[in-house]
Write a protein that binds this ligand. Structure first.
Ligand SMILES: NC(=O)c1ccc[n+]([C@@H]2O[C@H](COP(=O)([O-])OP(=O)(O)OC[C@H]3O[C@@H](n4cnc5c(N)ncnc54)[C@H](O)[C@@H]3O)[C@@H](O)[C@H]2O)c1
Ligand SMILES: O=C(O)[C@H](O)COP(=O)(O)O
Length: 526
């Protein structure tokens, strides 16, 4: 049975799902050395932001197949190290969107009305109504930096509260921003005009210290900043100085450069600053959502299925996966088959995406084809995560082409592998109830479902050849399950595809090629 380690607090709903397919150990608060010591026993690791998954931990995780982050940010995981090791990293991109957006809005209102300090003063026995005079958000300008999932929900609610919305996001179109009710502006204008600035961007080299002494100086003296995104986007020391000197109105922070927040001058800034301990995703609903979302993906990967929100498999988002799922197995099977037909070292793999597959969305099929191609060499060590890297390291050139005009099937895939022993090609499609069919081998039309053991011959189409091959296989006790001949012209060259019940015994291929008329024979295991 597979083993899953849960190293941060995760909702029981997730543990229940994992327990269907694995032994689950919940061990929170482990020190890095303790985690390194035990990680080697586990097939999967499930975390939140509390566990830092370093390269060292990944290397010690010799059995690891998947790291599941029950939340959005994977900045606590060394994703490149995981990718090199073929470990899929998944997250829950939407499970805590509403929770984080509502926390940012709650921070904005709390800051405007000094709720935390007013509450604390009443609890101390005071009744001070003068100190806590606040400001309204109605008709004020909210500057949203990052108009993704969380930023967009903040925009919708803020609009309903009567705020004017400015947004900065270089990766969002003006039309999309307008749809959400935001005016897309450059960052300087947003800093100059906003009464409230809320950050909803990832921490990247471009966004690190985006809010610094220089940018703070551009803001209104009454401006209030909310950061429920990531620590490190704000230079905390510059922010503390700006608040102390009255250069801005205040700030509400849920995330910090270093967490947990240690000694910090931010703690001593009174009612103009609100600090929460990374609570953006901490609602019952969000924790159930992310736990289920990520546990389901871990379960699927343990069962050998693809994950819907892998961050290190380019292009394979949940919608696309849903559309492509039936074709992924087709691509893998064809890759495995053409690799075995080509034999030797494959130097070039051409993948032609045909019919309805001839779109950019089908790119993951190329990765699946590579995974299939490399299976003979790498077995279980190759997966969707590392197939491209492994192919590159082996010097395999990958050519991707598209032909939308190919209309024989709704969508089909044509793979051609050229290697040290020559060139071979296969085509396949999904028929009827999404059953995989080989529709062409080396340019000869056939129509057979692939089977575990297969034999292909290239021969001259002439009387008696099928009988001779049948008797030869019979003399070696090989049972034929099905057989089909593909030819272009009568009595020309032809391909025979046989499904056999058992692997072909050693030495028999040579005997087959001695049959008059048979030029070549290949056996494959799929
Ligand atoms: N406090 C919490 O507990 C909590 C909870 C959930 C998410 N988060 C964080 O909130 C942030 C936003 O999450 P999301 O789910 O909305 O992500 P998202 O990917 O949906 O949106 C991020 C947006 O930022 C934009 N962006 C990227 N680089 C930018 C740049 N340099 N300048 C401006 N915009 C840029 C992207 O185009 C995208 O639209 C992330 O950092 C995430 O880790 C925090
Ligand atoms: O990226 C996220 O999802 C948030 O930062 C939440 O982190 P958490 O799971 O540790 O609460």
């Amino acid at each position: 049975m597979s083993k899953v380690l849960v190293s941060d607090p995760i909702d029981q709903a997730g543990i229940d799902i994992l327990s269907q397919v694995a032994t689950v150990d919940v061990k929170t608060g482990l020190k890095p050395a303790e985690l390194i010591e035990i990680i080697g026993e586990y097939d999967a690791l499930m975390i939140r932001s509390g566990t830092r998954v370093t390269q060292e931990i990944i290397e010690a995780g010799t059995q690891l197949k998947i790291i599941g982050r029950a939340g959005v940010g994977v900045d606590n995981v060394d994703v490149p190290a995981a990718t090199r090791r073929g470990i899929v990293v998944v997250n829950s991109p939407e499970g805590n969107t509403i929770a984080a957006a509502e926390h940012a809005l709650a921070m904005m209102l709390s800051l405007s009305r000094h709720i935390p300090d007013a509450n604390a003063s009443v609890k101390r026995g005071e009744w001070d109504r003068k100190t806590f005079v606040g400001a309204e958000v109605y008709k004020k300008t909210l500057g949203i930096v990052g108009l993704g999932k969380i930023g967009s929900h903040v925009a919708a609610v803020a609009k309903a509260m009567g705020m004017k919305l400015l947004a900065y996001d270089p990766f969002i179109s003006t039309e999309r921003a307008e749809q959400i009710g935001c005016q897309l502006v450059d960052l300087d204008l947003l800093f100059q005009q906003a009464d409230y600035i809320t950050l909803h961007i990832p921490k990247t080299p471009e966004t690190t210290n985006l809010i610094n002494a220089k940018t703070l100086a551009k803001m209104k003296p009454t401006a209030r900043i909310i950061n429920c995104a990531r620590g490190g986007i704000i230079d905390e020391s510059a922010l503390a100085t700006a608040i102390k000197e009255g250069k801005i109105g205040g700030a509400a922070l849920d995330v910090f450069d270093s967490e947990p927040l240690g000694e910090s001058e931010l703690r001593s800034l009174g009612k103009d600053i609100i600090l929460t301990p990374h609570l953006g995703a901490s609602t019952t609903e969000a924790q159930v959502n992310v736990a289920i979302d990520v546990a389901e993906q871990i379960r699927d990967v343990i069962l050998g299925l693809p994950a819907r929100s892998a961050v290190n498999i380019p292009g394979l988002g949940p919608d696309i996966l849903e559309e492509l799922k039936p074709y992924m197995q087709l691509a893998e099977t064809l890759g495995n088959l053409v690799g075995q037909l080509a034999g030797g070292r494959v130097e070039t793999l051409t993948v032609k995406l045909q019919g309805e597959l001839a779109t950019n969305k089908s790119q993951p099929l190329v990765v699946a084809a590579l995974k299939g191609l490399l299976y003979q060499a790498l077995r279980e060590r190759v997966n969707y995560v590392n197939a491209s890297i492994e192919a590159k390291e082996r010097g395999i050139r990958v050519i991707e082409t598209r032909d939308a005009s190919a209309r024989d099937y709704a969508g089909s895939l044509h793979l051609e592998a050229t290697g040290t022993l020559g060139t071979h090609s296969v085509t396949g499609a999904l028929l009827g109830d999404k059953e995989i069919h080989l529709t062409d081998v080396d340019g000869f039309p056939i129509n057979v479902p692939p089977s575990k053991y297969m034999l292909f011959t290239l021969h001259r189409d002439m009387p008696g050849i099928i009988g001779k091959l049948g008797s030869l296989l019979g003399s070696f006790n090989v049972n034929i399950a099905s057989m089909q001949v593909g030819r272009k012209i009568v009595r020309g060259d032809a391909v025979m595809a046989l499904s056999i019940d058992d692997p072909l015994p050693d030495g028999i291929l040579d005997e087959i090629t001695k049959v008059p008329g048979i030029r070549d024979a290949y056996t494959v295991t799929l």
